[in-house]
Design a protein around this ligand. Structure first.
Ligand SMILES: [Zn+2]
Length: 277
């Protein structure tokens, strides 16, 4: 499942292929966009926001997409006939310039919005765990929460519901955005806290947030979403998807359970010995 690091890597790849160039092909296979034509527009930038992707174009238009469970954007050299594989039924969008063709597969969301109205789609999101750190900006503008990382704001939102299980609170994109089940699960193991623990009682919550940010940033330059430092298959994670296996640290059997609001429960894993409470 794509998390913020995958979305950020995808944005970089799309930016390298599309930014500064004019679209010569636009094929949006989405009911509400069937008649939209983006050809002739120049792509200005490609920006990630949590798990959302914004492709900004000339004329003040933004193509917004979300990868959901298994979506992806792939980039191919533009073929002699304009684009690459067109008949694949998983394709939701094709954008091409003279050099590169970007193909969106199995996108969970696709819409066009005025760039100045992006907040109407993303306004509910909290600070982006992988966004530029607002405290490091020379002249921080009080822009949208999702456009940067603001640890104080994320803490404020998390602590507004101190009784919420920390495992669910970290996934609630309104508190902070970009974290998915894998990094949530692994960071809680490394922090030594059970996913069911009330977020307001987690020792040193700022340290936990810095830990998530650090392990996600560490994976930006590689394909694997490893957290153990071991990139071998099956060795990449401490507890994620390791239910009933022995903890790598203490040998205790790893537990598996569901966490989250009704109908939105997600699997989580933890070691009852290393993560008490
Ligand atoms: Zn353990």
């Amino acid at each position: 499942v794509p998390e913020g690091d995958v979305v950020l890597r995808t944005a970089r790849r799309l930016r390298a292929a599309l930014a500064g160039k004019v679209l010569i092909t636009s094929d949006l296979r989405w009911p509400s966009l069937a008649t939209a034509d983006l050809t002739g527009r120049e792509v200005a930038d490609v920006v990630p926001a949590g798990k959302h992707l914004l492709i900004r174009m000339s004329g003040g238009l933004t193509l917004h997409s979300h990868l959901r469970m298994d979506g992806s954007w792939r980039v191919h050299p533009t073929g002699r006939n304009g684009a690459g594989p067109r008949r694949d039924h998983t394709i939701r969008a094709i954008l091409a310039n003279a050099d590169w063709t970007a193909v969106g597969h199995r996108l969970g969301m696709l819409d066009l919005v005025a760039t100045e109205d992006e907040d109407s789609i993303l306004g509910h999101l909290g600070p982006d765990i992988l966004g530029p750190d607002s405290s490091a900006l020379p002249d921080p503008e009080p822009g949208a929460a999702w456009a940067h990382w603001d640890e104080d704001e994320a803490l404020r939102r998390l602590l507004a519901q101190p009784q919420a299980p920390v495992g669910a609170a970290l996934l609630d994109q309104r508190n902070l955005c970009g974290i998915g089940t894998l990094y949530r699960t692994e960071a809680l193991f490394l922090h030594g806290v059970s996913p069911a623990y009330p977020v307001g009682s987690v020792p040193d919550l700022p340290k936990l947030l810095r830990l998530v940010r650090r392990i996600m940033q560490a994976n930006l330059e590689r394909v694997q979403q490893a957290t153990t430092g071991d990139l071998r298959r099956g060795e990449e994670h401490w507890v994620h998807r390791r239910g009933r296996k022995p903890c790598r640290r203490c040998g205790t059997t790893i537990q598996r359970g569901a966490l989250g609001p009704p109908t939105q429960e997600r699997d989580t894993y933890w070691c009852p010995h290393c993560q008490p409470g």
